[in-house]
Design a protein around this ligand. Structure first.
Ligand SMILES: Nc1ncnc2c1ncn2[C@@H]1O[C@H](COP(=O)(O)OP(=O)(O)O)[C@@H](O)[C@H]1O
Ligand SMILES: [Mg+2]
Length: 1113
């Protein structure tokens, strides 16, 4: 027992407590002791204190070592009151309640500006991220959720006098989880960015962080790209007095932001576009205007220095003239009309600032949407949600304007929901449930909410009304209206209110009104209310932006699309905000709230300073005292009887496992049985109220232990059941297996026996059969032996007989032969005297002669035909006649040839002679020759003496014509041919014109012809060379072409020989010279591809060369 208690070290919020950790335990409870407790704890770095389940957080303004991973582990899965107060305890409670009880949660963080809300929200998020599921995918989701913070803070936070990192927008983030409690994604909603800061900042404050971060952190290269300079003082929109924040390195922040953008999933070009827009906003502030007087005395504004404008246009891809015009004119479109008015300088500045503000706030909204796109849950399954609300805190500045009005209104609403859920709702519930209850007074701020948001006469409604009213509307007309309508309201004060009780109040200037908020009085300057509520951007400007050649800026101004002009006024900024706050409130009411109430210890942003009056003020307006009182008077925990019984019934024998009666009675029995003191609980109508959380925790503890026991029991029974069923299954399996096995074994044994029997049987049968077989074989062999012996015996006898017979026959034959020889011998002896010598030789010769005779006779009968072409010849009968046979064959051939020749006429003989001569000249020398062999030489192809056309020519010649045909005479100038009649007689040859048929061109006596040249190819070109010095030589040699070249040359040759007894020289070569008058020209023959034509063609190549292309065979 002792060991057990040692092991279970119970920690509690009461251990090592500084002051009181839970204000509920504060004794005595006064405002003084309350503040004293806070101060004591704050001085000991205990910045968190509970009021029941509400966490009070005091901003330490320095980093404390209480957010380490060890701390996270310490608070993980521990009961709320188990450890000293910490924001982690609240986060853990909320997360577990979400995961285990399936209740959507919201974490409401309130407090004034600089009280530590944003930090608190980040702590909650990082705690939840640390304790929820792990794994690559989940980690990425977490990382993206966490990294959305630096991005949004850079664009939406700024240094104010209250807070160096003040959120200038409201943020509500839903983190979505799956059933296991693993994060799936998130949705961020943003509320009204304080965009007036873009163009003007109060003294001591800065513009949004991103401007400074960009200028300090961007590389030179990037600045150049964005056409920016590093010097803050160059930009009108950056106030100079507090350009840097102590302890903040804007440059390194810039890198953090860029890195965060990358993690969240911004593409490089998206980041670039965003920075381009930021740069453009900065540069917009530098555009200045100057008046230009017009004739009709209306001032018209002009852009002073166009360089800046030009650069902006280049950066955003806008046509410069369009933007310039939008700064000088304003087009108002009514239903049909379009009126364009000029802007004066003031209006131009207004337009410029409106554009800068709009550009920036639209960019911010785009960023939020873009982040949402990245972090949205990728599943459609049901999600559990934890909402974290970090809205701008209550603000009181020296000069408060529309923005502060909106911010403070929002805080009023949050206070309202706090009151609703903690004070009012709780008290009402006690009454409803009939619990004895003394009412606790608290201030309900719903009156203030009503003053602001009432639909008929609330301040916002009136502002809207004023904005929409026709006629001149100014901020002062708005104030007048307020004065009329709200003057009687207790929380509204103004100089002009009807009662005029403030007429002498000099702290209340004329252009102001004051609202007594739950957190204090705030003086609002009405200047700018109307404009800011209208949030007017001249359509010319939005259209100019829409026309930009920059996808991001274009997408930011869909209202600039002329096709989608909406003549209806857009809802005012105030009404938009009111609507979004209303939806937020509705959303929060559906969730289980967890409160963190942030308190600011001093106004100097200093650590260690605790200003009593300031804290006291916050404690008062936050209603913390009332909160404690209600807690103390009330009960920490309540639950319907059914749920309570269901949860704890296992702690008592009577109620476990089933209670048959009323749930309330069951709970009564249960609590009695557990011996819980009666003052610790009360019975309501439908719920049981437990006063002390500790009671509840002890119940939970017992339940947990009991659950362990029950789990063991269930396990035990289940294990028993499982083992039994398993055993039964095994047993029945065993029986089945055994049966099957036995059957199988018997079958196997039977089969073995059976096959053994068969084998034995077969051996016996075999043995018997073999025995019979042996017997039979023996009998058969005996029979066969008898037959064989018989056969051999017969054989022997037969052979003996045959031998005897043969002997006999031989003896007979020998007798005959001996007898014949004897007779021959006798005859020869008788006739020897009658034979002559040499008779043998004569017989031999006779025989030979007979043989030869026979050979010739046979040859005569087998003679072949007389045709010289017939090569057949009978076969040789005897070898010794071989040479004779061959000789006879030759002689016969010669004889048939001679016979054949003998039939020729003289004319035919001459023809053959000519052919023979042609063969001598051309055979194996000219390729054309073989084709000419079969063609007879006709000589006169033109039939000169018969054809009347040539009558005249014929008469001119007188001699007998040996050859006449048309040839081509080659023109030496171009290698082309001209047709000529070629005539050959026995003394000369002539060339006559073919066209006329009788005009003689040249006559050459054969005696003057020296040589003929031609190629060895299949062409018909030939040159006739004439003896030098003769009359014919004057014209030079002839280069002619004829298909009948073989015939012509043969005839020429023959005639020449007949005439002069000298041979004309015939030269066959592929390259020869021809004398044309004075020049010698070379004729060259070239073989070409037959594709180029089947005819030889002649071409003049140059002065000295004629080239004849001959198709190769
Ligand atoms: N828990 C904390 N630990 C250390 N410093 C804190 C803590 N909470 C707030 N701060 C400091 O106070 C400053 C303002 O806090 P912040 O959360 O931005 O205020 P709010 O959002 O309420 O206006 C922070 O910049 C930080 O320096
Ligand atoms: Mg903040």
């Amino acid at each position: 027992m002792g060991d057990m208690s040692k092991m279970e070290v119970k920690t509690s919020l009461l251990d090592n407590m500084i002051g009181v950790g839970d204000m509920v335990l504060l004794e005595p409870l006064t405002e003084k002791s309350f503040i004293e407790n806070l101060r004591k704890r704050f001085n000991h770095n205990e910045i968190y204190t509970y009021i029941g389940s509400v966490v009070i957080s005091i901003n330490p303004y320095r980093s404390l070592p209480i957010y380490t991973p060890d701390k996270v582990e310490e608070y993980r899965n521990r009961n709320f009151y188990e450890l000293s107060p910490h924001i982690y305890a609240l986060a853990d409670e909320a997360y577990r309640s979400l995961r285990d009880q399936d209740k959507d949660q919201c974490i409401l963080i309130t407090g004034e500006s600089g009280a530590g809300k944003t930090e608190a929200s980040k702590l909650v998020m990082s705690y939840v991220a640390a304790v929820c599921g792990k794994g690559a995918e989940v980690n990425q989701v977490k990382e993206q959720l966490l990294q959305s913070n630096p991005v949004l803070e850079a664009f939406g936070n700024a240094k104010t006098v209250r807070n160096d990192n003040s959120s200038r927008f409201g943020k509500y983030m839903d983190i979505e989880f799956d059933f296991k409690g693993d994060p799936l994604g998130g949705v961020i909603s943003n509320y009204l960015l304080e965009k007036s800061r873009v163009v003007k900042q109060p003294r001591g404050e800065r513009n949004f962080h991103i401007f400074y971060q960009l200028l300090s952190g961007a590389s030179e290269d990037m600045l150049k790209k964005l056409k920016l300079e590093r010097d803050f003082s160059k930009y009108n929109y950056l106030s100079l007095d507090s350009a840097t924040v102590t302890g903040v390195d804007d440059a390194s922040c810039f890198r953090t932001v860029k890195n965060a953008m990358q993690i969240v999933g911004f593409m490089d070009d998206e980041t670039q576009s965003v920075l381009e827009l930021v740069g453009a906003v900065l540069k917009l502030g530098n555009i200045e205007f100057k008046p230009e007087s017009r004739v009709n005395e209306v001032d018209e504004s002009r852009v002073k220095d166009k360089n800046e404008l030009k650069e902006i246009c280049e950066l955003l891809g806008i046509d410069q003239s369009v933007l310039e015009r939008a700064f000088s004119f304003r087009t108002v479109e009514a239903k049909q009309e379009k009126v364009s008015t000029t802007l004066n300088v003031a209006q131009a500045y207004y337009a410029r600032d409106a554009l800068a503000k709009n550009l920036y706030s639209r960019l911010f909204t785009w960023l939020v949407n873009r982040i949402n796109e990245s972090i949205k849950a990728q599943t459609k399954k049901r999600k559990k949600v934890m909402g974290v609300l970090d809205i701008y805190g209550f603000e009181i500045f020296e000069e408060n304007s529309f923005e502060q009005f909106i911010i403070n209104y929002c805080n009023e609403k949050l206070q309202q929901i706090f009151i609703e859920l903690t004070l009012k709702e709780e008290q009402e519930e006690y009454i409803r449930e009939g619990i004895e209850w003394t009412h606790i007074e608290y201030f309900n701020n719903s009156v203030i909410c009503d003053l602001i948001e009432n639909n008929t006469n609330g301040i916002m409604a009136m502002l809207d009304e004023e904005c929409l009213r026709p006629g001149t509307v100014t901020d002062s007309t708005f104030l007048e209206k307020l004065n009329q309508i709200c003057a009687d309201h207790q929380h509204f004060e103004s100089r002009m209110s009807k009662s005029s009780k403030f007429l002498n109040d000099h702290s209340l200037p004329h252009n102001c009104f004051r609202i007594q908020h739950y957190a204090g009085k705030v003086l609002y300057h009405v200047d700018g209310f109307v404009d800011k509520n209208n949030d007017l951007l001249y359509r010319d400007l939005s259209q100019a932006m829409w026309k930009a050649n920059h996808s991001l800026i274009k997408s930011l101004f869909p209202d600039g699309n002329p096709a989608k002009i909406n003549l209806k006024r857009p809802p005012t900024a105030g009404s938009q905000f009111k609507a979004s706050v209303a939806t937020l409130m509705k959303n929060l009411q559906t969730k289980n709230p967890n409160y963190i109430r942030c308190i600011k210890p001093n106004d100097q942003k200093a650590s260690h300073i605790f200003t009593d009056s300031l804290v006291c003020h916050q404690v008062r307006y936050l209603g913390l005292m009332e909160n404690v009182r209600v807690r103390r008077a009330g009960y920490a925990f309540r639950q319907p009887y059914e749920a309570c019984l269901e949860r704890y019934k296992m702690l008592c024998k009577q109620t476990w496992p089933h209670w048959r009666g009323q749930a309330r009675d069951g709970v009564e029995v249960l609590l009695k049985d557990l011996q819980i003191p009666a003052e610790e609980y009360s019975y309501g109508r439908s719920k049981i109220f437990i006063r002390n959380p500790r009671t509840l925790f002890s119940l939970e503890e017992q339940r947990k232990r009991r659950l362990h026991g029950l789990a063991t029991l269930i396990q035990k029974i289940f294990r028993g059941w499982k083992a039994r069923t398993h055993f039964l299954l095994m047993k029945s399996s065993q029986v089945t297996v055994a049966a099957w096995y036995r059957r199988y074994a018997q079958q196997k044994k039977y089969k073995k026996t059976k096959s053994s029997a068969v084998i034995v049987q077969s051996f016996i049968r075999g043995w018997k059969a073999r025995k019979i077989l042996r017997e039979l074989k023996y009998q058969k062999r005996c029979k066969e032996a008898v037959t064989t012996i018989g056969a051999y015996w017969h054989g022997t006898q037969a052979r003996r007989e045959l031998k005897r017979l043969k002997e006999e026959a031989r003896c007979k034959h020998a007798v005959d032969v001996i007898w014949a020889y004897w007779l021959g011998l006798k005859v020869r002896r008788e006739y020897r005297k009658f034979f002559r010598a040499h008779a043998g030789k004569r017989i031999y010769e006779f025989t030979i002669q007979r043989i030869i005779q026979k050979y010739f006779l046979e040859l005569k009968n087998k003679m072949p035909s007389m045709s010289p072409c017939d090569k057949t010849w009978p076969a040789r009968p005897y070898l010794f006649l071989d040479s004779t046979h061959k000789e006879l064959r030759r002689i016969f051939h010669l004889w048939t040839c001679k016979k054949y020749r003998g039939q020729f006429t003289d004319q035919k003989k001459a023809i053959y002679k000519e052919k023979l001569e042609a063969s001598e000249i051309f055979k194996d020398k000219k390729a054309l020759y073989p084709s000419s062999v079969g063609q007879p030489f006709q000589g006169d192809y033109l039939e000169i003496n018969k054809n009347p056309r040539y009558q005249k020519l014929n008469s001119l010649v007188e001699e007998k014509i040996i050859f006449a045909d048309i040839v081509n005479k080659i023109n030496r100038a171009n290698g082309k041919g001209a047709q000529r009649i070629f005539l050959l007689t026995k003394n000369k040859f002539m060339l006559a014109d073919q066209k006329s048929g009788h005009q003689v061109k040249s006559i050459v006596p054969l005696a003057e012809l020296t040589s003929v040249s031609m190629s060895a190819q299949s062409d018909g070109f030939f040159a006739l060379r004439v003896k030098e010095g003769t009359t014919a030589a004057a014209k030079g040699d002839f280069l002619l072409n004829s298909e009948r070249i073989i015939e012509i040359i043969t005839k020429l040759h023959r005639a020449g020989l007949d005439l002069t007894k000298e041979k004309i020289q015939i030269e066959i070569t592929d390259e020869f010279l021809v004398q044309f008058k004075q020049d010698k020209v070379c004729v060259k023959f070239i073989q070409s591809n037959p594709k180029n034509g089947t005819m030889a063609s002649c071409k003049r190549k140059n002065n000295r060369l004629l080239e004849v292309t001959v198709p190769s065979p």
